[in-house]
Design a protein around this ligand. Structure first.
Ligand code: ING
Ligand code: ZN
Length: 310
C-alpha cells in the first residue's frame, strides 16, 4: 500500500514506476481491480491492463481506454493513471460510479507502446513509433501503431517509407502491440460501449472516420456527445477542445485503432488529443499534468456516462 499511497500522479512516471503502481493498485483494491496481461511488445515486454469493476458472474458491458500508443505523448499515460485513481476514489462514495462499475468493466491500458515509451525516456524524447525493425533493405526502426490497424489500412494519411513517423507497416496488424488490442477487444467486441484512445497534443476530440469517404452511421450522435464532452472540459479550466472527424479537423488518416473499433461495431469511439495547442507540444510541463487530467477526466466521464445510460 505504501508505494501506491506515495505514487505521484502529477509528474511523468517512467515505465518501471508505472508497472509498480499497477501492481500496487491491484493489491490495494482486490475487490474491484485485476491485472490482465494480454500481449507482448516487439521487445517481449508484457502488455497489461487494469480491469476495474464490481466482480460478478453476470455478463457486463465494457469501456476501453488506452494511453501511450505513441511513445512521446507522455501526458497520455499520466492521464490513464489519474483516471484510474479518480474512478476508484469515486467508487467509494459516488452512487453513479458504483452503478457504472456494477454494470460495466473499465479496461485501462496505461502504456500500450511500452518499448517506444522506454526509448523516449532513455534515448530519443520525441520517438513516436514502436521499436520493431523495418523490412528488408530499410534501416529505420518503428511502425506507427496508429496506422497499423485493420481499418482501410494503407490507403490515406500514411507512409510506406519505413523511416517515416507515419509508416503503416508491411500489412494490417503486422505489429504485436496492434495485435494485442485487436485480439483482446475483438474477442469480446459486443461488450464494448466505448473505445477511448488517448493522445497528445492539439486539444481535440476526434471521432470516426479518418478516411474522408466514410461516415459513421451514428455520426450525428458522436458529434453531439463529443460536443457535450468538450463543454464539460471547458467548465473545468476554460480550455477549448475542437470536436470532429480527423479529416474535418486536421488531416485524413487510415489504420487508426479508433476507426478499427468503430468499424467493428463499438458505438462510441473517440481519440482524445490532450493539451496543449503547440506551445510546449509533446513536452508539456509537469505543472500542467493536473489541470489537463482534471478536464480530460470530466470529458471522458461525459462520454462514458452517456454510453452507460443510453
Ligand atoms: N494524433 C493521431 C495520429 O495518429 C490523428 C490522431 C490522426 C489526429 C489524424 C489528426 C489526424 O496522428 C497524434 N497526435 O498522434
Ligand atoms: Zn498520438
Amino acid at each position: 500500500a505504501e508505494s501506491s499511497i506515495n505514487h505521484d500522479y502529477f509528474k511523468y512516471n517512467p515505465m518501471p514506476e508505472v508497472s509498480n503502481w499497477m501492481a500496487q493498485i491491484a493489491k490495494t483494491h482486490p475487490d474491484v481491480v485485476t491485472i490482465v496481461e494480454y500481449g507482448k511488445t516487439y521487445e517481449k515486454r508484457t502488455i497489461s491492463l487494469l480491469k476495474i469493476g464490481v466482480k460478478s458472474e453476470a455478463k457486463k458491458k465494457a469501456i476501453w481506454m488506452d494511453c501511450g500508443i505513441h511513445a512521446r505523448e507522455w501526458i497520455a499515460p499520466a492521464f490513464c493513471q489519474y483516471f484510474v485513481k479518480e474512478i476508484l476514489q469515486a467508487y467509494k462514495t459516488d452512487p453513479k460510479m458504483q452503478q457504472m462499475m456494477t454494470n460495466m468493466d473499465f479496461y485501462v491500458t496505461p502504456v500500450l507502446n511500452i518499448d517506444g515509451y522506454i526509448h523516449s525516456w532513455t534515448t530519443d524524447r520525441l520517438w513516436r513509433k514502436n521499436m520493431s525493425p523495418g523490412p528488408y533493405n530499410c534501416s529505420c526502426n518503428g511502425t506507427d501503431l496508429n496506422r497499423n490497424f485493420d481499418a482501410n489500412w494503407g490507403t490515406i494519411g500514411v507512409s510506406t517509407d519505413c523511416c517515416s513517423n507515419i509508416y503503416c507497416g508491411t500489412q494490417p496488424v503486422s505489429e504485436p502491440e496492434a495485435q494485442a488490442v485487436t485480439y483482446f477487444v475483438g474477442s469480446r467486441i459486443e461488450d464494448f460501449l466505448c473505445f477511448l484512445t488517448i493522445h497528445s497534443y492539439g486539444q481535440l476530440l476526434l471521432l470516426p472516420y479518418g478516411h474522408p469517404n466514410f461516415t459513421a452511421s451514428n455520426y450525428d450522435e458522436l458529434m453531439e456527445v463529443g460536443n457535450g464532452a468538450a463543454e464539460a472540459i471547458r467548465k473545468v479550466h476554460g480550455m477549448s477542445y475542437t470536436v470532429g472527424t480527423s479529416p474535418d479537423v486536421l488531416y485524413p488518416n487510415s489504420g487508426s485503432s479508433r476507426d478499427w473499433a468503430r468499424l467493428k461495431g463499438i458505438p462510441f469511439a473517440y481519440t482524445f488529443e490532450l493539451r496543449d495547442n503547440g506551445t510546449f507540444g509533446f513536452k508539456l510541463p509537469e505543472n500542467q499534468i493536473q489541470p489537463t487530467c482534471e478536464e480530460a477526466y470530466s470529458g471522458a466521464l461525459h462520454i462514458i456516462t452517456y454510453a452507460h445510460d443510453k
